[in-house]
Design a protein around this ligand. Structure first.
Ligand SMILES: NC(=O)c1ccc[n+]([C@@H]2O[C@H](COP(=O)([O-])OP(=O)(O)OC[C@H]3O[C@@H](n4cnc5c(N)ncnc54)[C@H](OP(=O)(O)O)[C@@H]3O)[C@@H](O)[C@H]2O)c1
Length: 237
């Protein structure tokens, strides 16, 4: 029987992209899946597809996070990819834009864990979302790079504080999926071409390949405080 059978998997940012792909796989492995995000229609459709439940939550609003976790009786595995932010060069971004990855991707995940803690099972696991830019900065995205590095530090710090709950981080490279589909085709194609040149496997990744890494971290009972890079070797090239 799968280690996820009968377990409660909670995903903030589960209505699309990598989060939805994790939901599909967790549900297929027998987990009961609960999805969060800001858009009800998207969540309802995703939850229907995976046979799960959903509730609106905005990870930049602690009242919203308190209500989201307050409605749950138990969390066995938590994944928190939900984030929406601006990336750009120091010389061009306003301070508010530069802070936006920290607001939603760093503090959003920090506060999600804070509100989840009272609901976590003793053998629970948490997977935080980073990005391989943390270790190999692309041009002109310094605040985004720093935010991802901070998320990886947060994962290590939480692993120490919350043990025996396990806390790990997934840090993907460029992934062909929902996030990039929403960007202009010319920008996407130029970025993908650059990434193919920059990575050992000469291709961009798939959402399913990141979901494989997340499910591995959910189930890997002796792994905590680690960051896994499903990036095709981008960090090494
Ligand atoms: N795709 C890549 O190439 C790539 C590479 C490295 C890292 N990542 C990271 O992966 C994460 C998810 O990206 P994705 O590729 O799966 O794209 P995505 O489909 O855009 O997923 C983001 C999800 O998060 C939700 N969300 C956004 N802001 C939120 C908030 N404040 N509170 C709660 N939910 C929120 C969105 O739904 P609503 O808008 O309805 O809330 C959406 O369902 C991001 O943190 C990104 O930095 C992606």
């Amino acid at each position: 029987m799968s280690a996820l059978a009968g377990r409660r998997v909670v995903i903030i940012g589960g209505g699309s992209g990598i989060g939805l792909e994790v939901a599909r796989r967790a549900a297929a492995a027998g987990a009961s899946v609960h999805l969060g995000g800001r858009t009800p229609e998207k969540l309802a459709s995703a939850a229907k597809e995976v046979g799960g439940t959903w509730q609106v939550v905005d990870n930049t609003d602690q009242d919203s996070l308190a209500a989201f976790f307050g409605a749950l009786d138990r969390v066995d595995h938590l994944f928190t990819p939900g984030a929406s932010y601006t990336v750009g060069p120091l010389r061009e971004l306003s301070d508010e834009e530069a802070a936006s990855p920290f607001e939603t991707k760093f503090w959003g995940q920090y506060h999600a864990v804070k509100h989840a803690v009272p609901r976590l099972a003793p053998d629970a696991s948490i997977v935080l979302m980073s990005g391989a830019a943390s270790v190999r900065p692309p041009a002109a995205a310094p605040a985004y790079v720093a935010c991802n590095a901070a998320v990886e530090g947060l994962g290590r710090g939480l692993a120490v504080e919350l043990a025996p709950v396990r806390v790990n981080v997934v840090a993907p490279g460029t992934i062909d999926g929902n996030m990039w589909a929403a960007r202009p085709a010319a920008v996407r194609e130029a970025s993908f071409a650059q990434y193919r040149a920059d990575t050992l496997l000469h291709r961009v990744g798939k959402e399913s390949e990141v979901a494989d890494a997340v499910l591995y971290l959910f189930g890997s009972t002796y792994t905590t405080g680690s960051t896994l890079y499903p990036d095709g070797g981008y960090a090494l090239r």
